[in-house]
Design a protein around this ligand. Structure first.
Ligand SMILES: CC(=O)SCCNC(=O)CCNC(=O)[C@H](O)C(C)(C)COP(=O)(O)OP(=O)(O)OC[C@H]1O[C@@H](n2cnc3c(N)ncnc32)[C@H](O)[C@@H]1OP(=O)(O)O
Ligand SMILES: O=CC(=O)O
Ligand SMILES: [Mg+2]
Length: 547
């Protein structure tokens, strides 16, 4: 039976016996029939049946590990998987259209942005259901509709305010969908009365609707997997992929994924993650913003590892440099690409400032390319040429990547280097900036906007996490600012009140009052002064977003 016949049979079966275990609770989104059809829901139901119950167990494993680290242990390479690290093995391979990923643009699954991103001067577009998306039901469903139209090549958009029309250029970038992390649920779909894992919904819907078209175009169902913390979680995804490949009569390894290494626990299991997913994985990526957040979160009880101002934590700091170099060394040894990360700068409107922005982006991308990364991320089309120029220079000639760079000079990288405390000041200016960023970001998020420009930087869920957890950590460890002020809950509350006034002045009273700043400030205050560190900002945020 061909794959097409199989899908038809699978869809027909479920057309007649509508699913009893899966319930759609979200309100109607225009066009949802295209996405939430019986075949897609049948796949989702089967995946939930097979795999959803394991997710809480995986999250529980994270907690157990964290308890040991909270009690004083430091993360390290795992003794029980030494044979995998020492073994001689490679990943299955990289399809032709994923060999050259020198510049990838990222962005939420907004219709206009999808078109702009696919038309940008980049090799890949990472369409994001994660850090840059506030996953309201409408955005999730509309995002799937948009991606389906993009894969079909008939996505179009007319801006209501300008009348400008958008459609795809002839040779669009390769599409990779980033699904939600395992901690996030999709509460508008329930399986046996329980909200389902958000990432499983994103995966099933994108896969089901697009894999045939993508394969017909000599591309494939490609995914970014975020926020993994262990090789057990990688194994879970490997089982999901293998199950779906078998179900749809696809060659093993048809689904391809790139895993973000953006948690401190995962950096010690990169070989193991590649190994678990070796049939499907093609690359790892340095998700530096979540990684910095994870460094704070994982080492939250370790007074000697408290980070300084966010601006001081740059990729040339020893712990981040070691992370980038180890990722490259590990990937290239196994035949996988080593993707760099995001410089959070975005273009400025005035030319002089923009030149400074481009200079900073150039510096950041040069460091990555020189280290041996095979490609990098940009947040905005206006940065694509700059990043492309740097990577063209380093990759050179007919090459498509830097897989030949083995970084033997770095063997081995000890755990201590990955955990090295980061020097730098904690300043009142830095703390106030963290406050203004976090409160504005939370306000945007609970209104449904997961990625916003604030003070010339792209702010998303990962960058905002650094701002809010830095203050939490400074309070908990009774740190003093460079001007001698002790960081306390009261000092934070006082600064928050003052900075809310500054934000109101910056934005104007009309915008401020029409917004949700009071709600955002309440949530921010609550999670910053709580003695328990809230795991992810987006968990209480999701309750407000979907209230
Ligand atoms: C830590 C991480 O996870 S990083 C990955 C997640 N983060 C992201 O993906 C960031 C994506 N970037 C963005 O969302 C945006 O660039 C923002 C919010 C930072 C800034 O957006 P804006 O203020 O709209 O930028 P600006 O006004 O300069 O945009 C100019 C044009 O570029 C487009 N544009 C900007 N960023 C992008 C993008 N990432 N993809 C596609 N198009 C984009 C805008 O849609 C706009 O198009 P138009 O001229 O046709 O109207
Ligand atoms: O997802 C990317 C990051 O930096 O976080
Ligand atoms: Mg991230």
């Amino acid at each position: 039976m061909t794959a097409d016949q199989l899908v038809a049979k699978y869809s027909a079966q479920t057309e007649t016996q509508s699913s009893s275990k899966l319930a759609i609770l979200g309100s109607h989104v225009e066009g949802q029939e295209k996405i939430l059809n019986s075949g897609a829901l049948a796949l989702l139901e089967t995946l939930c049946e097979q795999f959803a119950a394991e997710v809480p167990q995986l999250l529980e494993k994270r907690c157990h590990k964290q308890q040991r680290i909270d009690a004083g242990e430091l993360p390290d390479y795992l003794p029980e998987t030494r044979a995998i690290r020492d073994g001689n093995w490679s990943i299955r391979g990289i399809p032709a259209d994923l060999q050259d990923r020198r510049v990838e643009i990222t962005g939420p699954v907004d219709r206009k942005m999808i078109i702009n991103a696919l038309n940008a001067n980049v090799k890949v577009f990472m369409a994001d259901f994660e850090d840059s998306l506030a996953p309201s039901w409408e955005k999730v469903v509309q995002g799937q509709i948009n991606l389906h139209d993009a894969v079909n090549g008939d996505i179009e958009f007319t801006a209501p305010n300008t009348g400008k029309h958008y459609s795809l250029n002839p040779d669009p970038a390769v599409l990779i969908a980033r699904v939600r992390g395992l901690h996030l649920k999709e509460k508008h779909i329930e399986f046996e009365g329980e909200a389902i894992p958000g990432g499983l919904a994103d995966f099933a819907l994108y896969f089901y609707h697009n894999y045939r078209q993508l394969l017909a175009k000599n591309s494939g169902p490609y995914f970014y997997i975020p926020k993994l913390e262990s090789h057990h979680e990688a194994r879970w995804w490997a089982k999901v992929f293998a199950f779906v490949e078998e179900r749809f009569c696809l060659q093993p390894g048809t689904i391809k994924c790139t895993c973000l290494i953006e948690t401190l626990p995962a950096v010690f299991e990169m070989d193991e993650i590649l190994y678990e997913l070796r049939s499907n994985i093609v690359a790892l990526n340095c998700g530096r913003w979540d990684y910095i957040f994870s460094y704070i979160k994982t080492l939250k009880n370790h007074p000697d590892r408290v980070l300084p101002d966010r601006q001081a934590v740059t990729m040339d700091k020893p712990f981040l440099s070691a992370y980038s170099r180890l990722l490259i060394k590990t990937c290239h040894k196994r035949g996988a690409l080593a993707m760099g990360g995001m410089a959070a700068f975005i273009p400025a409107k005035d030319e002089a400032t923009n030149q400074q922005v481009l200079q900073k982006v150039r510096g950041d991308k040069e460091l990555e390319a020189r280290n041996g990364h095979d490609g990098t991320w940009v947040a905005h089309p206006g940065l694509a040429d700059t990043a492309m120029g740097i990577f063209n220079d380093y990759i050179g000639g007919d090459n498509t990547n830097q897989l030949h760079i083995t970084r033997d000079v770095d063997a081995p990288i000890p755990a201590a280097e990955l955990l090295e405390p980061c020097d730098g000041e904690r300043t009142e200016t830095g703390m106030r900036l963290n406050i203004r960023i976090a409160v504005q970001y939370i306000e945007a998020w609970i209104q449904g906007n997961g990625c916003v420009p604030i003070y010339g930087l792209m702010e998303d869920a990962a960058t905002a996490e650094i701002s809010r957890t830095s203050i939490w950590q400074w309070i908990q460890h009774e740190k003093s600012l460079s001007n001698g002020k002790l960081v306390t809950k009261d000092l934070f509350r006082q600064m928050l009140a003052e900075e809310l006034k500054n934000v109101e002045q910056e934005l104007g009273t009309e915008r401020y009052q029409a917004g949700k700043f009071t709600q955002a400030a309440q949530l921010f205050e609550q999670i910053t002064t709580s003695d328990e560190l809230v795991d992810f900002l987006t968990l209480p945020g999701y309750e407000l977003l979907t209230a």
